[in-house]
Design a protein around this ligand. Structure first.
Ligand SMILES: Nc1nc2c(ncn2[C@@H]2O[C@H](COP(=O)(O)OP(=O)(O)O)[C@@H](O)[C@H]2O)c(=O)[nH]1
Ligand SMILES: [Mg+2]
Length: 172
């Protein structure tokens, strides 16, 4: 008996919306490790994830353990720790930040190599001016069209749960 539980990693570059995603999706208060940004990116946002975000969501009867990663590569030692035993992962992409796609591509490759598992690319900030289309995100990430890129405002629970549902459909 009992529901299935899965470990899902939420990754992506700095400022893509990973912490917001875990926060809005989670049914419990998240465990967060945001600290003051100390480098030149302090003008982009005040705090950044240095170890992980943790939250839990129940979607389609599955309990999902959500682990958000740091985006900055100097904290990438955490990536492999968080990737252990994962059942699936999401790569979040800030649709307004074309320069972040190089890092996003590297992150996608890194996590794909860690474990053969299901993954989705999630394009955030589609509501903002200058956002890339989903097709452009896919092209720049070199993701096959069949794999698809889904749009999501990570601040909205209905949307984050929609994305998790889609991932769960692959996991089940
Ligand atoms: N307008 C808008 N803002 C977003 C969206 N997704 C994330 N943000 C904002 O982008 C900023 C960075 O989000 P955060 O979760 O801290 O990014 P992280 O570095 O990936 O953890 C926050 O101020 C979010 O509210 C979106 O879809 N639309
Ligand atoms: Mg964060």
């Amino acid at each position: 008996m009992g529901n299935k539980a899965y470990k899902v990693v939420i990754t992506g570059a700095f400022n893509a919306g990973k912490t917001e995603f875990v926060r809005s999706a989670s049914a419990v208060p998240i465990v967060s490790t945001d600290r003051k940004v100390t480098d030149e990116r302090a003008d982009v946002k005040e705090t950044t994830t240095v170890a992980m975000d943790y939250g839990q969501a129940t979607v389609d009867g599955c309990l999902l353990h959500l682990y958000g990663t740091p985006g900055q590569e100097r904290f990438d030692f955490m990536w492999d720790i968080l990737a252990r035993e994962m059942d699936g992962f999401l790569v979040l992409v800030d649709s307004t930040d074309r320069t972040s796609l190089t890092v996003a591509r590297r992150i996608l490759r890194h996590f794909k190599r860690r474990r053969r598992t299901k993954w989705l690319v999630v394009a955030t900030k589609q509501d903002l001016r200058g956002a890339m289309s989903l097709e452009e995100v896919a092209r720049r990430l070199r993701v096959p069209a069949a794999n698809g890129v889904v749009a999501c405002d990570p601040r909205k629970r209905a949307r984050t749960h929609g994305v998790l549902k889609q991932l769960c459909g692959f996991l089940a």
